[in-house]
Design a protein around this ligand. Structure first.
Ligand code: ZN
Length: 297
């Protein structure tokens, strides 16, 4: 299994630079524990362009983005999903350029949506102009983009394939520096795993994630992500079979080496696995599916 994250990724902030044929990237100045070095905004094409995930609505970023895109003819504004480090700048970009916003839908309207009361960092104001579906193709002068539906990280997560370069813009579904976070109920482990399997059937040569550098051996990387989750499932099943019936007890056991300040996020990740494993019958519960629920085999 070859799951090695590239933690050496660097790029100048708020500067649009070419990174591959037909692809430029501007790294937003918003580094954090969740965004790594920041949000990578991708610009596809030359004369007529598509912008993938315009980024957050901070004044510094908006003025840099506007300056970087001055003189570009923007045909498509594409949004992978409704987290605040990805989608809010779409509205301003639309106002400056007149281009339409394309996405699967507003927040929580994907197939696994079940309320979003626990989520942080959600862009609830986001409203696309055009709803895209799996397999839709968006054509421009010198490129075409295929919409690849990849729910799991959020229920509305869409990836975008630049067909001429066999490139896939994976948003937060596959990231360069870490595995992604799945926060129930909008985040869903079962659909996330299915969306990883879906990528294995494609022939993309390079993934361009929103956070981190390009992934050059994408299938090996995806297999590594799948194995990482299977290993986590094995640990959770083992922990429950040893009598650890609650999520805090499971977290204390299987995240023994992790900073306790991360136990909250770890608990939600274990919950995401347990939602999946109770649905398919591997784990039983007292009837509820919350952080306080009791689980048994
Ligand atoms: Zn996200």
């Amino acid at each position: 299994v070859s799951l090695s994250y590239d933690l050496a990724f660097e790029a100048p902030y708020e500067t649009l630079i070419p990174v591959a044929p037909r692809i430029r990237r501007l790294l937003t100045h918003n580094p954090s524990a969740f965004t790594f070095k920041g949000t990578g905004v991708y610009v596809i094409g030359e004369d007529e362009v598509a912008v993938v995930d315009p980024g957050p609505a901070s004044p510094e970023h908006l003025s840099a983005l506007r300056a970087a895109l001055a003189g570009e003819s923007i045909r498509y504004i594409l949004v992978t999903h409704t987290h605040r480090d990805h989608s809010p700048a779409a509205q301003m970009l639309k106002e400056w350029s007149g281009a339409k916003i394309y996405a699967y839908g507003p927040h929580g309207l994907g197939p696994t949506e079940g309320g979003d009361h626990m989520e942080e960092g959600v862009d609830r104001d986001f409203m696309p102009d055009v709803l895209v579906r799996d397999g839709d193709v968006l054509a421009a002068k010198d490129f075409s983009i295929e919409c690849v539906f990849t729910p799991g990280h959020t229920s509305n997560h869409m990836s975008y394939a630049l067909r001429e370069e066999k490139a896939l813009f994976t948003g937060d579904h596959v990231m360069g520096w870490s595995s992604t976070v799945i926060l129930p109920p909008d985040g869903d482990m079962e659909t996330y795993l299915a969306s990883l399997e879906k990528l294995l059937a494609r022939d993309n040569a390079t993934y361009w994630p929103t956070h981190g550098g390009p992934i050059r051996k994408p299938k090996a990387f995806v297999r590594g992500l799948l194995e990482h989750r299977r290993e986590r499932e094995r640990q959770i099943l083992q922990s429950i079979s040893e009598g650890h019936a609650t999520i805090p007890a499971i977290v204390r056991q299987i995240y023994r080496d992790v900073d306790p300040r991360l136990y909250g996020a770890a608990g939600l990740s274990v919950l995401a696995h347990l939602v999946h494993m109770t649905r398919d019958g591997r784990v039983k519960t007292d009837g509820t599916l919350y952080l306080e629920s009791h689980f048994h085999i």
